[in-house]
Write a protein that binds this ligand. Sequence first.
Ligand code: NAP
Length: 461
Amino acid sequence: MSALIETSYFATAVLFILGLKRMSHPTTARSGVIWAGVGMALATLVTFLHPEIRGQYGLMLLAILIGGGVAWWSAKRVAMTDMPQMIAIYNGMGGGAAGGIAAVELMRVAGDPSLVESHGHLALWLGVLGALIGSVAFSGSVIAWAKLDGRMKKAVRFANQQQVTLAILAAAVLLGIWVALATPGAFVLFLFFLLALAFGVMVALPIGGADMPVVISLFNALTGLAVAMEGFVLDNAAMIIAGTVVGAAGSLLTVLMAKAMNRSLFNILFKQFGPASDETTEIEGSIKDVGTMDAAVQMAYADRVIIVPGYGLAVAQAQHKLWEMVELLQERGVEVSFAIHPVAGRMPGHMNVLLAEAGVPYDMIFDLEEINNDFETTDVALVIGANDVVNPVAKTDPDSPLYGMPVLNVDEARNVLVVKRGQGAGFSGVENHLFYRDNTRMVYGDGQKVVTDMIASIKTL
Ligand code: NAP
């Protein structure tokens, strides 16, 4: 039986790795999710054969029914724009599960210290570390979810916050060392978990706005690590491999996102996002708007159009209409491409998924570095629901909080059309200088309504 369980766990690990590999490209991503899902189902099924859990089937089935049921129900009805907070809460559940496993195991060890000899001291230390990391990932992710879901004020700050946070971390670490050295009873364990959870809350509280998705990715990496550590405690190969893969992927993603926003991880966690100085640069020029008919004419008679989608496209759910418009332009001989900024939208890949859903072929979609030099030879850049990712101050104003963030060179196009509802700033709250440029025209309105009107206008030409 044990050989069957081990082989199945190995197969699970292989399925996870292959699934993750397939997720790295849009054409294979869907099958990647299915492969990883099959791996997870196999690991869950084979766990029922484990000799140590005989007699617990009722509880296990109940947990699967409740957890699986809630996940199925919520994933079916979640809007694309609410995906980041859903990821935050699912990720938090993973950290919580790792912390829960650690709590049970540490209680067992407290009741029977001889277990340390049979399991080994390393497993105990890893168990404690996994408990700390998993609890932090759990409580931090819950705060991240509450913020992104608008249930909590974006950034909560108070006097001496960093000192309080560090004191909580120090106390949690000291208690953790005590737990690992002396395997004390329930009260100390309770305090240890309480402090670890409090630290997670304290890390997430001051982080606001643009940095939140990066922090979610960091918590995701921590969850993976915690699961891997608890895998050592339970001697479970599937957990070790899956946890390590998630930890590594999460860490890479965190670094990638931080880079795309030109912020160091330290800066994200410990520094407030805001202007470097109180001076605000005077904006030259004025905002000029244009009707949908004129905008449609500009595009219809252009040789080349680059479309830059952003978060507002997801809000407006305008992706299908946008593709319909692009097809019309192509029929007229206009060369159209899509330019995707690495942090356009609210999570990596947000825009790619949206465009794929509408049927936009992958070979029309380009990353920032592939297309950024093409704007200067482009007749029209159509910015739809994007803001921060096209803000030229990131290139010019050292005092701007966006300074240094790589942005799409939309301002270099001969003409720029910006579709948005009003003069509201983007996620970062920074004023966009692009809107004041001589070559920029605003097309005000909801993204879907504007594109629908543009389609009607193009058809009349
Ligand atoms: P953005 O800066 O938040 O701007 C989105 C714009 O869409 C807004 O200015 C809004 O203007 C407009 N909009 C909203 N609803 C609309 C509708 N129904 N129709 C038309 N327009 C609408 O978005 P972004 O340019 O995609 O930039 C992403 C931001 O998220 C960046 O600050 C980035 O750093 C941050 N971020 C992203 C990630 C990631 O992984 N993607 C990670 C971390 C941070 P109106 O209100 O005037 O309509």
